[in-house]
Design a protein around this ligand. Sequence first.
Ligand SMILES: Cc1ncc(COP(=O)(O)O)c(C=O)c1O
Length: 392
Amino acid sequence: MGGVPQGSRDGGNPLRQLSLDQLRRRTSHKWREYPDDVLPLFVAEMDVPLAEPVTRAITEAVALGDTGYVAGGAYPRALAEFARTRWGWDGLAVDRTALMPDVMHGVVEAVRLVTGPGDAVVVNCPVYPPFYTFVAHAGRRILEAPLGADLRLDLDRLRDVFRQARVGGRAAAYLLCSPHNPTGTLHTADELAAVAELAGRYGVRVVADEIHAPVVARDARFVPYLSVPGTEDGLSLMSASKGWNLAALRGALALAGPAAAADLARVPFEVSESTSHLGVIAQTAAYRDGGRWLDALLSGLDDNRRLLAELLAEHLPAIRYRPGQATYLAWLDCRALGLGDDPAAVFLDRGRVALNPGPTFGTGGAGHVRLNLATAPEIITEAVRRMAAAVT
Ligand SMILES: Cc1ncc(COP(=O)(O)O)c(C=O)c1O
């Protein structure tokens, strides 16, 4: 395939440093799910080398045989400092954090802390598909509160669904995806304050999945849910996993507002203890020393969002794409192409490009696909070329 990166170390942009041949040697899900003639732009892995501080930290740990059980402390302190410098939030209390094996297991634990079996968990569809499966695994019931047509929170619908969730006085949780996967929507402080007000009014407990928090446009700022007034009984899950591509080096932190501290204290020892020590070493290094690498990544992603918008406007103008201000995911409305509910199947079969099928993201996902922008510009260009060829 012409035009793909040859592994040049271009201007420090981590998205331009690995060739397609190098990437195809990877054995992770993104590179093993499909045969080599398919360009994979689906699962949320990034086509980047590890940030040098992370490589150094885990290399030193391995050289030392430092591969025992996890110890707390450094990880939440590194996140607290990152939150202070990146988001201007100095309210992250290290003593109101708990280690989690990863974000989704943290979500399950948090939901279990604040609801009982069969209670409702509200989500804003279309949303990250494991929200459905993990909530079901936790023995809770999903209630959908769709995003508005502008892909932002629809507070009126949220209010109605909160009311419905609490019928009969049952406990209920709201699993907020902030920033939102798949749309890349970055919630504002005002929106989050309105969420907190509604949750307080209806007695719904908020669990914020903030895994994508480090990945925002260079001119935007992420607002941590627990930094917003009125969120005292909220819970949040954070991780360096998305920002630095550490899914194989798993780890996450659950954070509690002051009024949720007693809930968080009920997290069983067995859960926190299951967190990977090596994962925590990697994640701590990312938060503590990975800021410059992250900035270079974010600039590259800004360029990629612009590039995708330009390419689609030129080659596939029927596809509607509103670049979000966060995540490295693009949510593409393909309904005008007339490809049915699952355009990803067509792009895979005829174009040999793997995207995430919209219907798996719940109500509102039909006719859409999710495209992973965390790759080289040349690969995005080739993907759009193939997608256009698939429908002409
Ligand atoms: C919103 C969201 N939550 C959680 C995860 C997965 O996190 P983990 O691998 O730490 O469970 C992802 C992965 O893409 C995600 O997008």
